[in-house]
Design a protein around this ligand. Structure first.
Ligand code: HEM
Length: 625
């Protein structure tokens, strides 16, 4: 008890010296104990007089980031410290601070402890720091170039046809209620990354491998369990990912001891998946030794080459005196991370984009007008990445994707830490604050995306809120210029090295340019997302393919049957659609972040895919907005 109190006192003193506002918490909000017993200890904390907990309570609740986003920062300051006996934690949704933090990797490295779960299958580019990270980044970034973004674009077009076929149903007519949008968008992006990234073909139900496919690849594509496996590769991967949190959190012995069927099933899926990956690794090593060239990103090939290729064998694959060689677990760990990071994030954005467009028919119609203007009736399989990416990036298609990423960024918080050894200055509006060494920094992406200082807004048309900052309004991206004074653009001591990956800006020069540090769905700086360009290629292609010939409507079955809708006047239809819009918006607000931000449990928004011209609602609803 004595040491807890004296640690708290010392930490209060350090927070005070920083010059930033600070608030006290009896437990470090990110400690496992605090997270597991969140409701319980907050109840105990609230036994103290109100003045001790009232202000900071919102940010001590688990999972507040998406739910409350910018609001707590209005009350507590745009950068504030939570002091506990364990440590200091800086929360920020100030673009100036964020820009400084993401620009100086050595002063503010990634807090890799936050990602330790994701290194279970092997250390990888997402979960490491320092020299080890540099090596992982150098090796993995090789596959992320414009040529491969174009490949991802082509594969996205192809796979989106697969998704559309699913949604049209067996008779190909569409207008059927789809309750599996989340699973289907996951399948879409998984199929894309598995083929473009790893050369492994995955199928939609009803599709099959062409005759004469290489037997080794056929093993991964097969929908049945191949020899020595108890499930197909696709199932092993899908179920491992589906149960990923349980698998990462539960030791193997416990899973097998648990009486639940699901625990054993998840364990079996992981066993199969890891066995497949070992076999895949072996196949790749053979390819590399035989000098077989794989088309496309060939992520596994690039990883394997570092340790098994000629350069590795004669020892010449070195960087800055350090040998660039990955161990087998590191190869498998990186492949795993590319599959997880490469599909779940993009799938969530695709999922929410479709839902938001269905809930906001006016935005959907504007998007379709831009798709018509830019692509007309041309066959999507002839669309060229290089030719189309810039016009689309300046159109309503990009504005819609940007707006989804603003409101629903898959990664809600980026965890950093102040390097031990030295306190670090941050400059805000001409003042300097010293952030104590060892302080954890929560770059609160989901909050800065809604900090009104940086965004063009108008009064809300959907709620009685003063501004539309919390509403889905893609049109805001057509305001040009930049809002919010974010101080001098150059950060003193910023990284200058090229760490690989796409270095262009997040948004087109023809659209609104948020100040640096205010919009970072892909993070920023040295540790920004490696897959940013291919995610953008995927999203622009998939959205354009769907909305060129189809519209998406919210399903209204809960309120009216198809026959009833057919007999309704426009006013009656608008009324029933309004109920579906309200419910869709309320459901989207229930999203929460476990690894990434998405809907959980039974929360889903049913939709219908209809041919353009056959809409029942979205061709006229909200026409005056
Ligand atoms: C819309 C889709 C995506 C979003 C919003 C997104 C977002 C992010 C964010 C915020 C980070 C930084 C995480 C942190 O520092 O804590 C990150 C890192 C990363 N992302 Fe993405 N990502 C997306 C798609 C992809 C794709 C398609 C791939 C690969 C195929 C990918 C691979 C990675 C990797 C390897 C890193 C780690 C980079 C490093 O630390 O050096 N991401 N992503």
């Amino acid at each position: 008890f004595y040491s807890t109190v004296s640690n708290l006192r010392a930490n209060i003193e350090r927070a005070k010296q920083s010059g930033l506002p600070y608030y006290i918490s009896p437990l470090h909000p990110l400690s496992p104990v605090a997270q597991l017993t969140n409701k319980l200890w907050l109840r105990a904390f609230k036994l103290l007089p109100r003045k001790y907990w009232e202000k900071q309570l919102p940010v001590l609740n688990a999972n507040w980031h998406y739910r409350d986003n910018h609001k707590p920062f209005e009350a507590l300051g745009t950068s504030f410290i939570i002091v506990s006996p364990g440590r200091l934690m800086l929360y920020t949704d100030d673009a100036q601070v964020i820009h400084q933090v993401t620009s100086k990797r050595e002063a503010f490295p990634k807090d890799t402890a936050a990602y330790s779960l994701l290194s279970q299958y092997g250390h990888n580019v997402l979960t490491t720091e320092g020299q080890l990270w540099r090596m992982h980044r150098r090796i993995t970034s090789a596959s992320f170039n414009e040529k491969n973004a174009a490949l991802v674009w082509r594969e996205s077009v192809k796979q989106t046809f697969g998704l559309i076929n699913q949604w049209l149903g067996a008779d190909g007519q569409g207008n059927k209620t789809i309750k599996t949008v989340e699973q289907d968008t996951m399948a879409l992006t998984l199929n894309i990354i598995m083929y473009a990234g790893f050369g492994v073909k995955m199928f939609w139900p009803g599709e099959s491998l062409p005759a004469g496919t290489d037997a080794r690849l056929a093993k991964y594509a097969s929908l049945d369990a191949p020899e020595q496996h108890t499930m197909s590769f696709k199932d092993s991967l899908a179920y491992t990912l589906h149960h990923i949190l349980f698998l990462l959190l539960t030791p193997k012995w416990a899973r097998r001891a648990l009486p639940m069927k699901n625990a054993k099933f998840a364990d079996d899926a992981e066993k199969n998946y890891l066995q497949f990956m070992q076999e895949f690794l072996k196949d790749k090593i053979e390819d590399v030794r035989r000098h077989d060239k794989e088309e496309g990103m060939d992520i596994m090939g690039s990883l394997v080459k570092t340790s098994y290729g000629e350069k590795a064998a004669n020892g010449s694959a070195k960087t800055s005196g350090k040998t660039m060689q990955l161990t087998d677990p590191e190869i498998i760990g990186n492949a795993f991370i590319m599959i997880v990071a490469g599909h779940e994030t993009t799938a969530n954005v695709m999922h929410f984009t479709v839902l938001e467009l269905a809930a906001n028919p006016d935005a959907q119609r504007k998007l379709q007008a831009d798709v018509d203007r830019l692509l007309g009736k041309s066959d999507p399989s002839t669309w060229d990445f290089e030719e189309n990416v810039n016009p689309l990036s300046a159109s309503m298609v990009a504005a819609v994707v940007n707006e989804t990423l603003r409101l629903l960024p898959p990664v809600v918080v980026v965890p950093k830490i102040v390097s031990p050894g030295q306190d670090q200055p941050v400059h805000v509006d001409g003042k300097t604050y010293m952030v104590p060494q060892g302080t954890q920094v929560s770059v609160t992406i989901v909050a800065v995306h809604r900090n009104p200082r940086y965004w063009p807004t108008k009064p809300s048309k959907l709620t009685d809120a003063e501004t539309d900052i919390d509403d889905f309004v893609p049109e805001r991206w057509f305001q040009t210029g930049t809002l919010g004074d974010t101080g001098p653009g150059e950060v003193e001591g910023a990284d200058t090295e090229d760490f690989g990956g796409f270095s262009g800006p997040d948004t087109s020069a023809q659209l609104y340019r948020p100040p640096r540090g205010a919009y970072l769905p892909f993070s920023d700086g040295a540790r920004s997302c490696l897959g940013r360009r291919i995610a953008q290629a995927e999203l622009l292609a998939a959205v354009s393919v769907i909305f060129q010939n189809y519209s998406v409507e919210l399903a209204v079955d809960e309120w009216a049957s198809d026959e009833e809708v057919a007999a309704m006047s426009r006013e009656e239809r608008a009324k029933v659609y309004k109920k579906a819009q309200d419910k869709a918006r309320a459901t989207i607000l229930k999203a929460s972040s476990m690894l990434t931000l998405k809907l959980h449990g039974n929360d889903h928004v049913p939709i219908r895919l209809v041919r353009r011209g056959e809409e029942r609602f979205v061709n006229f609803v909200d026409a005056s907005i």
